[in-house]
Design a protein around this ligand. Structure first.
Ligand code: NAD
Length: 472
């Protein structure tokens, strides 16, 4: 049990003044594993005031001080990998090896990347008679989800520290414990008090108060599109900067010269990583009609054997859904797919074989999915792959872009130039060619209703900067 009663405000653990606690449930066992306080408006105001008081100090810190803090943070994440990974697996249900690598390893490397970036970052530039000066945007609010909880927090905290900003973090209520461990870590590095503050609580209370707070200069939100719209609306009257990393329904397109065996095998992992609870998952597989039977045969066999179960056991590739609500939602999408006439290749309704507790669903694949179907259009956020076919490349592109979202994508072809030409026509923020790996230095973010703004790399740093022009 990890029971936390305090909030991290102004460099100290202070008693929360709100009523009640949020219980954290292990989705694999359905047991309560911890709790965090419900922050109040007084807590929000105290945290924002602490961040405001610390801003002049951190704004005027040197690059060397920021590099040192980021390197200390990265080293501490490494040192605490096992505790963080075990905690995230307990909160989210992520298979433990993936937790160590993606849930903790990636934030550690991202933090270090910002220390490295500061070594050569150009803060000033002369443009004719103007001196352009880059300055921190100010006091930031971070509202984060549960699916890659620490990665999404660090994707904001690290560049904000590098830029000279101060901040208040509100983590998700499903997976807040890792954020409390992060605050413990931050408490032990040389970061001035008040630069980083943590207030747990409900989105509709703490999240909304932060979004509308007159002393917050920027709100960086990751989560569902619906909540992102509410954050934008709450932020509008104070004209603060808002960046949004939202949902997705990304297309994975095999061109007609692609290797069907490779496409079939790789499409499963690209859709099912983190048990399908990944915003950039490639959930819509679009293949030439001539490939349908070959690809579907392989996918049917492989998805049927995709191991779902205890995230701490060796060989588990798919853990539970994060919550009972998420499990019910994914199950409802699977039922809708069957009812609307898609061909069920593997998986389906009910629990995976051999499991009778935990928030599990069966890893599932559907073929012959058409653009009118709900499972083609809506983000499912579970291990459900939908497959459709096309007859011309023009139709493939039209299908790929047939989404309100535009977060990620994939293209498969033996001709890389052809794949890149196709990728350029996709209305989406990232495209992976032939399974090209995730790059922590490349900008991550969405077109259309997948959001605005970019995280990671230099573009992620620039989100936290203002540019001042000084004329002579
Ligand atoms: P969510 O929108 O329910 O919650 C995200 C965060 O917003 C939580 O901290 C929540 O408490 C808070 N929140 C909720 N309502 C709010 C409001 N009205 N005002 C302020 N804050 C509010 O999302 P979730 O279920 O935690 O995460 C899943 C969603 O996040 C999926 O749609 C997924 O695609 C998306 N996501 C996007 C990215 C990305 O980078 N694009 C990354 C991960 C997850």
């Amino acid at each position: 049990m990890m029971q936390r009663n305090s909030l991290y405000i102004g460099g100290e653990w202070v008693d929360a003044t709100g009523n009640g606690t949020i219980e954290v449930i292990n989705p694999a066992t359905e047991q309560i594993i911890g709790s965090v306080p419900v922050g109040s408006s007084d807590d929000v105001n105290a945290a924002v005031a602490a961040a405001k008081a610390a801003f002049p100090i951190w704004q005027s810190s040197t690059c060397e001080e920021r590099i040192s803090v980021l390197n200390q943070l990265s080293a501490a994440l490494k040192e605490n990998t096992e505790e963080l990974a075990q905690t995230i697996t307990a909160e989210v249900g992520t298979p433990i090896d993936y937790s160590r690598m993606a849930m903790v390893g990636t934030p550690r490397v991202v933090t270090r990347s910002y220390a490295k970036m500061l070594e050569n970052f150009e803060w000033e530039e002369q443009v004719r008679n103007s001196l352009l000066v880059k300055e921190p945007v100010g006091i930031c609010a971070f509202i984060t989800p549960w699916n890659f909880p620490l990665h999404q927090i660090i994707g904001k905290v690290a560049p904000a520290l590098a830029a000279g900003c101060t901040m208040v973090l509100k983590p998700s209520k499903e997976a807040p414990l890792n954020a409390f461990l992060l605050a413990d870590i931050i408490d032990n590095i040389d970061l001035p008090a008040g630069v980083f503050n943590l207030v747990s609580g409900h989105g509709s209370e703490v999240g909304e108060l932060l979004s509308g707070h007159p002393d917050i200069d920027m709100v960086s939100f990751t989560g569902s599109t619906g909540a992102g719209v509410q954050v934008s609306q709450a932020a509008a009257p104070t004209v603060k900067r808002v960046t949004l990393e939202l949902g997705g329904k990304s297309a994975n397109v095999a061109l007609d010269d692609a290797d069907p065996v490779l496409v079939a095998k790789k499409s499963i992992g690209a859709c099912f990583q983190n048990s399908g609870q990944t915003c950039s998952a490639l959930t819509r597989l679009i293949i030439p009609k001539s490939m349908r039977d070959d690809v579907c045969e392989i996918i049917s066999a492989r998805v049927s054997g995709y191991t779902a179960g205890d995230p701490l056991a060796d060989g588990t590739r798919c853990g539970p859904m994060v919550s009972e609500k998420q499990q019910k939602s994914v199950e409802a999408y699977i039922s809708t797919g069957i009812r609307e006439g898609a061909t069920l290749l593997a998986g389906g309704e009910g629990m995976p074989e051999g499991l009778d507790s935990g928030y599990f669903v069966k890893p599932t694949a559907f073929a012959d999915v058409t653009p009118e179907m709900t499972i083609w259009k809506e983000e499912i956020f579970g291990p459900v792959l939908v497959i459709t076919t096309y007859e011309s490349e023009e139709e493939a592109l039209q299908l790929a872009n047939d989404s309100i979202y535009g977060l990620s994508g994939g293209v498969w072809s033996t001709d890389v130039d052809r794949a890149i030409a196709f990728a350029k026509k996709m209305r989406t923020g990232q495209v992976s060619i032939n399974g090209g790996a995730f790059n922590i230095s490349a900008p991550f973010g969405g077109y259309k209703m997948s959001g605005n703004g970019r995280e990671l790399g230099i573009h992620g740093l620039e989100e936290f900067l203002e540019v001042k022009a000084i004329q002579q």
